[in-house]
Design a protein around this ligand. Structure first.
Ligand code: NOJ
Length: 959
């Protein structure tokens, strides 16, 4: 009795401890058991085993792949030939190889398998699956840049056993193709930068028949060739093993970036274990990872298999175009190149090893030499960032859920009452009738039109959630149409696949099917999606796809899509096929109403940047999650999809006021700036937060609004050059080795604005790293910081966003606070000029209607500003189009109301006016100038009031 009493007391105590631990520790942990490690993934394990075997054999390892010299053919910038793989049993497998040299300077290495191409294989279980290796990823991803170079030539001075091709600008690139064992080295200016199959890990798992009763007789591990079970689900693998693998070495490169999406540092880590390294490769298999963990190579919602390798003075890159599950191992080894380097930073070779479960080897190689070159060339292939509607770059207010249409109107009114600007309010899942998309809950949203009309009074927008799973219900017309038209994803037996998601039993629209597009399109029309208005836009969530009862929370790999492709083949592009369908649908919801769609997607792949914005999914209200959001957003920019953000405030849990305020101060630097919160969290709209935090948050949002002209200009730059929108340190200072790993500070476009958000609790100063010897000025009080290669301590009290301006820039902004960004459309501009060491500065602005595609017909303003020899000039960068004159007319009254010059020459003390000369005018007018003396480490500044020059015109201001 006594014993049992003690025991129960212990149990009670233990339960209390557990309970307290649960309360105290806010962070949740991912359920590791739901997601495969490499060891648990058959093809990952096999490819790693190959790498281990090669490394164990060292110099005696030789890749069993040879390029048959008799088959080599080079014509018009393209080399073709037959790669022969010799198996352990001396079988010869024929693998057609194409190496294309592109006009853009990129090269493309493509390897397929002859037998599968010809359909000369047998599939098991009577499956109807396509016998080819998936060759349609390009269709969803690549939009240009494939023109073959006419000037690529065979290099006559080639050793026997090699075929060398000269290509690229001025023929300064060379591909050195070794026949046996097969290897391609890519050189720029005679130096090797990228080596393909240098480690000999090329692997094409060729088709072979399953011989019943003979399992285990070969030397290879066949245990996962024909079937694979994980978490209670068995994958039937009708085509047997078919993975592809390849190593890519970057000699002399210590840093690699890219391959989102991972919650990890910007500079990617090694993945073969050891101190500070990962144990698993970086995985790319778009998944709904509940309560994801940080500093991890685990997969997340999106994938872009594009990597940049960087070292002082050179950036190169590769893009692995494969839509199947993919893993990347990274190992850094003491470099073979440059052994005598005197650099303090020892050079290493970064060896990467890529493998995918299915598909072809399709590798693009970019030789730079600058990060900008890589962004441009990669963007030519996969498309540039869509220039979004202007509202989309302002502040978005979301939560799961605003519960009624009256609730939405109240939130809207409260923002106005507290004078906090916002542009978009969002409706999550619960606005629907019983989780049936394209409907409204009749009880809670009886008047959606009235709600949208109210928002429209201040030109605000509504975004609603539309997911790809359709509630499986007989009397739901969307479900009926989906099934009767044969547009749903099928299971391996050819029946409509049924899985579990928000609505319960659901079917999935198969957007690979061309017939799904007009149908999806029809659902978005005003007469079908009743109650929706022109100021409604779309959020595509759960499009990995997330399936609650599916293996690894997604679809079985042997599900079937249009074209008889298995889900295995297409998984990673699945998300963007939905976004593509929604994009087409939103382009023209009513005849003649053509506008830029705005779509937020959770799942993505290369190319998503053409159609959507992304966010980093279900993060948590912790300081660590706030901190990791910066490298995650930066990394997306490096990978060509910069319209990125994280849920401000954290999705799970309740942030305290300090964390929430700091998150807003960081969130204003996300290209996609949205607050969002889980249904179980407390309300946290900025106006609900008590002072002083309400003001702190409002000021942060206002700072975003003030700088919207600079943001829109940065978006425009991304839309034509593929650049990030917020830049990491190495991207702007590619020669400064100290900056390569810095991923907690960022630059807004080319404006010279350098922000370093505070991401630690109780922290009231921050150290900002400055790479060059220009002066940097505090944005708010012009305190000067100078000293290259050093960290400078900047005060960061709770109400301050640490923000510097580099000398040498002209920053456009709009200083009049308004309720929404649309209401700022006709407001005048302020320019802030920070002079560089030579007393000069440059800047630019891009402006258009922020809504339509009329800019394609010249309806835009693009100006370049220079400050030289005491004169500020505005020059046209635009090209005249049919709509230019008309647009300029509408903008004629939009002027510059103020010019602030930071750190002007001291002679200006005695000036009281400047001369303003608009183009065409014979005589100038004058505007007043006021000079403010420097004090306590703060730079002097001068203000020109009301020069009133038109933003769209050519003019100069003489100081
Ligand atoms: C998952 C998304 O990540 C989250 O943002 C959203 O609130 C829920 N789905 C509910 O729709």
């Amino acid at each position: 009795m006594a014993r049992s009493q003690t025991a129960s007391r212990w149990t009670l105590l233990l339960s209390l401890v557990v309970l307290i631990a649960c309360i105290v520790v806010p962070g949740l942990a991912v359920k590791h058991e739901n997601f495969k490690t490499c060891e648990q993934s058959g093809f990952c394990k096999r490819n790693r085993a190959l790498a281990d075997n090669a490394s164990a054999q060292g110099a005696s390892w030789s890749s069993p792949y040879e390029l048959d010299p008799a088959t080599i053919h080079f014509k018009d910038g393209q080399l073709t030939g037959m790669l022969i793989k010799t198996t352990a049993t001396n079988e010869k497998i024929r693998l057609p190889l194409t190496v294309s040299f592109l006009e853009s300077g990129a090269a493309r290495v493509l390897v397929d398998e002859e037998k599968r191409m010809k359909g000369d294989i047998e599939v098991r279980h009577g499956s109807k699956v396509n016998k080819k290796r998936y060759d349609e990823a390009e269709k969803w991803v690549v939009v240009g840049g494939l023109e073959i170079s006419k000037s690529a030539t065979l290099n006559a001075q080639t050793k026997t056993g090699f075929t060398n091709i000269l290509y690229g600008p001025n023929d300064n690139f060379q591909a050195i193709i070794r026949h046996a064992p097969f290897e391609v080295d890519f050189q720029r200016d005679g130096e090797t930068h990228v080596q393909v199959n240098h480690q000999g890990l090329l692997n094409m798992e060729h088709w072979r028949p399953k011989v019943e009763g003979q399992e285990g007789e070969s030397e290879e591990d066949e245990s996962t060739w024909w079937e694979e079970t994980f978490g209670g689900n068995t994958d039937s693998k009708p085509r047997g093993p078919e993975s592809v693998g390849l190593d890519v070495t970057f000699p002399g490169y210590t840093h690699v970036f890219g391959i989102p999406e991972h919650a990890d540092s910007l500079s990617l880590r090694e993945t073969r274990g050891g101190d500070g390294n990962h144990e698993n490769p970086y995985r790319m298999y778009n998944s709904d990872v509940f309560e994801y963990e940080l500093n991890s190579p685990m997969t997340l919602y999106g994938s872009i298999p594009f990597m940049q390798a960087h070292r002082k003075g050179s950036t190169v890159g590769v893009f692995w175009l494969n839509a199947a599950e993919t893993w990347v191992d990274i190992v850094k080894k003491a470099g073979s190149s440059n052994p005598l380097s005197m650099s303090a930073h020892s050079k290493k070779d970064t060896q990467t090893h890529w493998f995918s479960e299915a598909g072809r080897i399709d590798l693009f190689v970019f030789l730079g030499p600058t990060p900008q070159d890589i962004s441009k060339t990669y963007g030519q292939l996969t498309g540039y960032t869509q220039l979004p509607q202007h509202f989309a770059i302002a502040y978005h207010q979301c939560r799961w859920n605003y519960v009624t249409d009256e609730d939405v109107k109240e939130v809207d009114a409260k923002f106005d009452k507290y004078q906090i600007p916002y542009d978009v309010i969002w409706l999550d899942l619960e606005y629907t009738d019983d989780r049936k998309y394209f409907t409204w809950d009749p009880l809670t949203f009886p008047n959606p039109k009235g709600m949208q009309e109210k928002l429209d009074e201040s030109e605000r927008k509504l975004v609603v959630l539309i997911d790809p799973h359709i509630k499986n219900k007989d009397n739901f017309y969307v479900s009926q149409e989906l099934t009767s038209k044969g547009l749903a994803v099928l299971n391996k037996d050819g029946e409509i696949y049924d899985g579990w998601c928000w609505p319960g039993s659901s079917n999935w629209v198969d957007c690979f099917n061309p017939a799904a597009l007009p149908w999806w399109n029809s659902l978005h029309k005003y007469d079908k999606f009743k109650g929706s208005m022109p100021n409604l836009f779309i959020w595509n969530d759960m499009n990995e796809p997330s399936v609650f009862n599916g293996p690894e929370t997604t679809m079985p790999k042997d599900n079937m899509h249009y074209g008889d492709w298995e889900h295995r083949d297409v998984h990673n592009v699945n998300g963007i096929t939905l976004v593509n369908a929604t994009y087409q649908a939103m382009l023209e919801r009513k005849k003649g109403e053509v506008r830029r769609p705005f779509i937020l997607t959770r799942s993505y792949y290369a190319g998503a940047q053409r159609m959507s914005a992304m966010w980093t999914g279900d993060n948590q209200a912790t300081w660590d999650h706030l901190a990791i959001s910066l490298p995650m957003v930066l990394n997306n920019g490096i990978a060509g999809f910069p319209f990125a953000g994280a849920d401000v405030g954290g999705f799970f849990h309740n942030p305290d006021k300090e964390l929430l305020s700091r998150w807003y101060q960081a969130g204003i630097w996300y290209p996609f700036f949205r607050a969002h919160a889980h249904i179980d969290t407390r309300r946290r709209e900025p106006y609900l937060i008590s002072e002083p935090h309400r003001t702190i948050i409002s000021q942060a949002i206002r700072l975003r609004y003030q700088l919207l002209p600079a943001w829109y200009t940065a978006f425009h730059e991304a839309s034509v050059n593929g650049t990030p929108i917020v830049y990491p340190q190495y991207y702007l200072f590619p020669d400064d080795e100290q900056g390569f790993t810095i991923d907690d500070q960022l630059y807004l476009g080319k404006t010279g604005l350098l922000a370093k958000p505070v991401v630690k609790e109780n922290t009231f100063t921050t150290d900002i790293y400055i790479a060059d010897d220009e002066k940097y000025y505090d944005y708010f009080d012009f305190t000067v910081y100078q000293g290259a290669g050093q960290r400078h301590t900047v005060p960061a009290p709770e109400d301050k966003v640490p923000l510097l301006m580099q000398g040498g820039h002209i920053i456009p902004r709009r200083d009049r606070p308004r309720r929404s960004s649309a209401l700022m459309k006709w407001d005048p501009y302020t320019f802030v000029i920070t002079l560089n060491k030579d007393g000069e500065a440059d800047g630019s602005i891009y402006v258009d209607d922020g809504e339509t595609f009329e800019y394609e017909r010249g309806a835009y303003i693009h100006r370049q500003f220079h400050f030289r020899d005491s004169t500020l000039t505005s020059e046209n960068l635009g090209i005249k189009g049919a709509k230019t004159a008309e647009y300029l007319k509408t903008m004629a009254g939009v002027t510059v109301e103020r010019v602030i010059v930071v750190d002007p020459p001291t002679e200006w003390k005695d000036k009281s006016s400047v001369t303003v000369i608009e183009d065409g005018a014979k005589a100038g007018s004058t505007a007043s100038l006021e000079y403010y003396e420097q004090q306590d480490g703060k730079a002097a500044y001068a203000v020109v009031k009301s020069p009133n020059v038109s933003i769209g015109k050519t003019w100069r201001i003489e100081f």
